[in-house]
Design a protein around this ligand. Sequence first.
Ligand code: ZN
Length: 299
Amino acid sequence: MTEEKNAHIIHITGHNPHRKLIVVGGMHGNEINGVEAIKRLIPQLEKVLDKTNGTIYFLKGNLQALQTGERFIEQDLNRLWLEDNIQKPVGQVADFKALHTLHDLIVNDICQGKFEQCSFLDLHTFSAQSGIFAIPACNQKSIDFAKSFGVPFIEKLSESLPGTALSYFGRLGMTSVVFEGGTHRSAEATDNLEAGLWHSLAYLGFIKPDLPQVVKSRSHLEKISESLPHHLELIYRHKLNDYHRFKMNDGYFNFKPVKKAENLAVQNQSVIKSPESGFMLMPLYQKKGSDGFFIVKEK
Ligand SMILES: [Zn+2]
């Protein structure tokens, strides 16, 4: 393993080569909760994991952005997972270096072409004030996994976001899910992401489902999402070419109902209205981003 790859590895555990799980925290450098949840889980996991069940790889995403606490350095790592970018030689841009190192580590070293045996779980947080949800890649195994968390899960979102690791690994045939645990840097987000990890490890067959941590985590996820809609699909993405010119109106949060033609934001001095009625998702309240907001509706 090269030094570059080693720097991404938080921990590897288990020794069954036929079933693998890759967990990434900090694909966005300002989202430290994923790395925190992983670090909190590991010592407890080591006590209950039957190492013959599979191998689990806990990784860090955008290393340099994690160090500076920014979402990305020059380009959003979670919009770079496109064949063109992967084929290009490594430049000096930190986000591209992270892409190439992670790609080589996951695709070649870990999965070794056997993608159907591999699952990918990408831990994220968001800038809005509340909510929790899962996003599956576009294959049935991923949809089943996302649904299993018991929190809102959103179909058709991965297809509308080009260049996510989620979609890239889903297309390779992996079970691939993003788990969005809460507001950036909140204590709740780390708790929620850790609960999601316990659930995932049991759902994917790495640990026993009757472990106290799993039972507690599943009831926690159920409780915090009981008032939220559960099965949703994307109906609109407000893509941004220049996030400097976008200002979301105050007061929006995940799953807040919105009406068609409601004023949502201001962009280039023009009012942005909702094109449809539905629920707000991921309104942008941070400096950097490639999407202003999404509208989802119940399926
Ligand atoms: Zn993120």
